[in-house]
Structure formats: structure tokens, C-alpha cells
Design a protein around this ligand. Structure first.
Ligand code: SER
Length: 397
């Protein structure tokens, strides 16, 4: 299946089960001071979970644009190094607002994975929160998963929270083994090895974490699920890297063409640039702009990081703004906002690339002066700080 077909099939599956399709909300939250970026599909439903508004429908389905580069959920360090974490990704999700609960959430997730999409049961594992006997028993009652493939894990992996405060609860995840040798699978690899990918997280929202750190019980119990489209596309397209799917390949091919480089020989810079251009396009389309503080500074850092990896491929002139068109061709059907704002996105990215190049050129002059001093072995803290603060060198540069 193509990624477009997977997205459509997910939504249709839950529409058949009386869920209402709700469009993705902006990646730039307008009314939640606890978030710089939308980090999960449930963000737009937070007031429902907190009993502040009554939903029009008790069930919802969507594909949400998410960014995880700040706050509680920050995957930046993994991006490019591994093949399945991203700054920007799409989260397929279904929700129950005080309607169905654990039983249907588990049953339908298994049905979609193993019957509709025919994922190999011999590769799937389920985890539950260590004290959640109800979820543990339901896996054995309402699915045909082998009992030894349901494992209990602690709070770190199986109690999901959107931030320091907010709706939360125990969760149950489905993991997929991507290795070649099925015999090598072992429960101890789940949550510990890159050979097991978390594909879907079913959260049973029943608490609210408040500012003093304590948990209070919500008046109703809800379901909040999230499955990363990029990982599902990889698994369903028989790849062991999200970057080999139809979501990323057009961008990677365009980078290779520009840099006359080879993704297979030098994958990390290609992955970083392909990831970061998606984050930049979607956040700028939703109203964010690079700047010196807060959300804008995150955009600036991401752009500089991509630009620096571009330099490592020999791309010294602005090049990222030209990738916007490729992304529009890949995702513009589903997210018309990137198509409508294409010119604006290109202008912002190009101006920011130019200004970073000027900064770097000035900084490199200063850097040369420092290292040409006699007897220099290390750059001292003061000079390093000046390169960072005055010349805008990212710390890793
Ligand atoms: N909110 C949960 C997550 O982000 C499930 O969607 O993983």
C-alpha cells in the first residue's frame, strides 16, 4: 500500500465503526501555553478529556501532524541517527470520548493490523502497564495473540502523559519486530532494541496530572490512540527504514541530485535534511517563523542543523527552499495548506538559509583567527561561547 492508501484505509476502518473524521489541527497550538508544538493527536481534544467541553460526537478518527522537538516529547537526538524517529510525523489515531474503552480499543487495533492490513502476527508484541490486569486479560480474551507475547512494563513505557500537566493514563502498545530471523525474537528486546518498533500506542485516559504533580481521576474514561504513519508505511512497504518509503524517497532523491551524493553511502545527512524540511514546511505553513526565541528559535535551530548537514554534502548555497516543491508534490493532496502557502514557505526558508550562510562566513573568519593563534590546542570557553552566541554556530558545529 502507498502511504496515501494506508492513511485512507485507517480512516475508513474507523468510519465503519462510527467514528467521525476530524481534520488535523495546526502544528502550532493557538490556545495551549503548555505546548510549543502539537505533539500528539489528542492535543486538540484536551478540553474534552478535561470535561471543559462536550464533544459533538463520542468517537473520532484522524491523521494528525505532530512535531516532537521540545518539551516532554523530544526526539531530535535520534533523528537521522536511527531510521524511525522524526521531528515531524503523522499520527493516525482513533478516540473515544467517554464511550468505548479498553476492550474495543484493543480488539479493533488487532483487527486492523492483523486482518485488514495482514501484518505478520509472528512479529507483533503487545505491552501493558504493569498493574493493568484488565488490559492484560483483554489481550488474551479478545485477540488471538500468543500469551507469551503480552508483556507488562513500567511507568516509563506504559503510562502516557502529554506534558508536565494534562490528561494521561496507562497505555498498551503494539510493537513490531523488523529483523530477518523470527527465531531471534525475545520479550527482552521490546522497548530495548531498535529491532522492535513501537507502531501503535493505545492510551486509556483516566487521569489529569495537575501542577503540584499529583494525579486526579477524570469524571469519564476515554481512549486516545496514536500510530505513526511513517513506521506503518515502512513495515507495510517491506522496508526497515522510514526513509525508504514513498513519504521520504522523493525528497532524498532530490537531495542526491542536488548534491551529486549517494544516500546509501552517506545516509545520515540525507535523512536529517529530509526530516527537517518536513518540519520546517509544516510549521511555517501553520504560521510559525524562525526567530531568536521560543518556537521560532526551534525552527531556526532545525534549519541550521539541516543546513550544516547540507554543507557536509558540499551544498554551500541555499538548497532547502527548492525541496519545498518536492514535499508539496508528495503531501500536498492531503495537506493543502503546504500547497497554498508554498511561495511563502520557500521565501522564509531561502531568506533564513541566506542569513545563516552570512553568519557562518563571518563566524568562520573569526574561527580561523582563533585557530591560527600560536600553540592553540583547544578553543577556550569564552571563544566557543562567542562563536555560538554572536556568530550563531550551532554547538555541534
Ligand atoms: N497520545 C498517545 C501518543 O502520543 C497516543 O496517541 O503516543
Amino acid at each position: 500500500m502507498t502511504s496515501k492508501e494506508i492513511r485512507k484505509s485507517f480512516v475508513e476502518f474507523f468510519e465503519e465503526k462510527n467514528h467521525k473524521f476530524i481534520r488535523s489541527s495546526s502544528v502550532v497550538p493557538s490556545d495551549d501555553p503548555t505546548l510549543l508544538f502539537t505533539n500528539a493527536g489528542m492535543n486538540q481534544f484536551k478540553p474534552i478529556f478535561l470535561d471543559q467541553i462536550v464533544p459533538e460526537d463520542p468517537r473520532a478518527v484522524n491523521s494528525q501532524k505532530c512535531i516532537r522537538v521540545s518539551g516532554k516529547h523530544n526526539d531530535l537526538e535520534e533523528v537521522g541517527v536511527d531510521t524511525f524517529h522524526h521531528t515531524f510525523f503523522e499520527m493516525l489515531g482513533n478516540w473515544s470520548f467517554g464511550d468505548y474503552y479498553k476492550k474495543e480499543a484493543i480488539q479493533w487495533a488487532w483487527e486492523l493490523f492483523t486482518e485488514r492490513w495482514e501484518l505478520d502476527k509472528e512479529r507483533l508484541w503487545a505491552t501493558v502497564y504493569k498493574d493493568d490486569d484488565e488490559a492484560f486479560n483483554l489481550w488474551l480474551e479478545v485477540t488471538d495473540i500468543k500469551p507469551e507475547r503480552v508483556i507488562r512494563c513500567g511507568k516509563k513505557d506504559n503510562f502516557w502523559e502529554m506534558g508536565d500537566t494534562g490528561p494521561c493514563g496507562p497505555c498498551s502498545e503494539i510493537h513490531f519486530y523488523i529483523g530477518d530471523d523470527l527465531e531471534k525474537q525475545h520479550a527482552s528486546g521490546v522497548n530495548n532494541s531498535d529491532m522492535y518498533w513501537e507502531l501503535w500506542n493505545l492510551v486509556f485516559i483516566q487521569n489529569n496530572r495537575i501542577e503540584d504533580g499529583s494525579l486526579i481521576e477524570l469524571p469519564a474514561k476515554h481512549v486516545d490512540t496514536g500510530a505513526g504513519l511513517e513506521r506503518i508505511a515502512a513495515v507495510m512497504q517491506g522496508k526497515d527504514s522510514n526513509y525508504d518509503t514513498d513519504l521520504f524517497q522523493p525528497i532524498i532523491l532530490a537531495i542526491q541530485e542536488k548534491a551529486k551524493s549517494d544516500y546509501k553511502i552517506n545516509p545520515i545527512p540525507h535523512r536529517v535534511i529530509a526530516d527537517h524540511i518536513r518540519m520546517l514546511c509544516f510549521s511555517i505553513a501553520d504560521g510559525a517563523l524562525p526567530s531568536n526565541e521560543g518556537r521560532g528559535y526551534v525552527l531556526r535551530r532545525i534549519l541550521r542543523r539541516a543546513s550544516r548537514f547540507g554543507r557536509s554534502l558540499g551544498l554551500e548555497e541555499p538548497f532547502m527552499f527548492e525541496l519545498v516543491q518536492v514535499l508539496v508534490e508528495t503531501m500536498g493532496d492531503n495537506f493543502p495548506e503546504i500547497n497554498e502557502k508554498k511561495n511563502h514557505i520557500e521565501k522564509v526558508i531561502r531568506a533564513e538559509e541566506n542569513s545563516f550562510n552570512d553568519t557562518l562566513d563571518r563566524g568562520l573568519n573569526h574561527f580561523e583567527k582563533i585557530i591560527n593563534q600560536e600553540d592553540i590546542v583547544n578553543i577556550n570557553g569564552e571563544d566557543a561561547f562567542k562563536l555560538y552566541d554572536t556568530y550563531g554556530f550551532p554547538f555541534d558545529l
